[in-house]
Design a protein around this ligand. Sequence first.
Ligand SMILES: C[S@@+](CC[C@H](N)C(=O)[O-])C[C@H]1O[C@@H](n2cnc3c(N)ncnc32)[C@H](O)[C@@H]1O
Length: 281
Amino acid sequence: MARKNKKKKASKQAKSAKPTMASQADRHKLYQESVQDSEFELDFVQDTFKDLRGRKPVTLREDFCGTARTACVWTKRGSENRSWGVDFDKEVLDWGRKHNLNKLKGKQKARVELIQDDVLTVQTPSVDVCLAFNFSYWIFQQRKDLLAYFTGVNRSLNSDGVMFLDAYGGSEAHTTQVEKHKLEGYTYLWDQNKYNAVTQEMFCHIHFRFPDKSRMDKAFSYNWRLWGGREIEDLLLEAGFTNVRFYIQQFDEDDEALDEFKETREVFDHDCWIAYIVAEK
Ligand SMILES: C[S@@+](CC[C@H](N)C(=O)[O-])C[C@H]1O[C@@H](n2cnc3c(N)ncnc32)[C@H](O)[C@@H]1O
């Protein structure tokens, strides 16, 4: 009898140990789906480069590349296109090799190189465009480090090369808050968890929540400095770039974000702005 009871208990435990949606999810896959839009970013990069330089860009370096999704999409866009992805984290690069790079066709794959290195010191061939997206360069908290990074990128660009970054700001950026987006199969949360109003240091997390109530908390965490637009511009110019342009995301009358970025330096009284910053060598 006692044995039977034990068995029952064990099977109950096995039932409650059923894997949750969170435990089965892959954080890199979720990140790519919810945060990144490589196709849109690359459309912007190609169109803007063509407008500024009168030719198509061919070579691209993706700094802070993570899973290198953008570097991989780049080689699919043209038979001459080549890319280099740089990230110092082996785990994320290995994931990118398996899920992005290895899914490319032979010739496309041969035109992508993933480099495990620090973007501050990495040496790559000269490229037409260098990208630092999703605010990754905010990891540099000291002025001298951000200047060194921009200087290194400037040196690695062809003579008509262009650097593309993004940035955000407005009053909401200087507060703690959680932004939720319901996506297919899960909810994405951007958690501005802690903010130092003096140093502009911020601590942010990405969490995911699932319909079975399971959660993946702190799937990604960032300790950044919230850099202002003028500070970034000043550093880019000091690093040797000749011109810096801001392209600000536009909103409709109902305050819904549009897939449209307009070149302007004037954003008055916005609680939230987001921009591509384009720096010409
Ligand atoms: C926010 S993810 C960016 C992923 C992707 N580029 C995007 O646009 O969404 C930041 C990445 O930067 C990498 N990283 C941070 N500091 C770095 C550094 N100094 N050198 C190289 N990679 C760095 C991290 O390992 C992480 O994969």
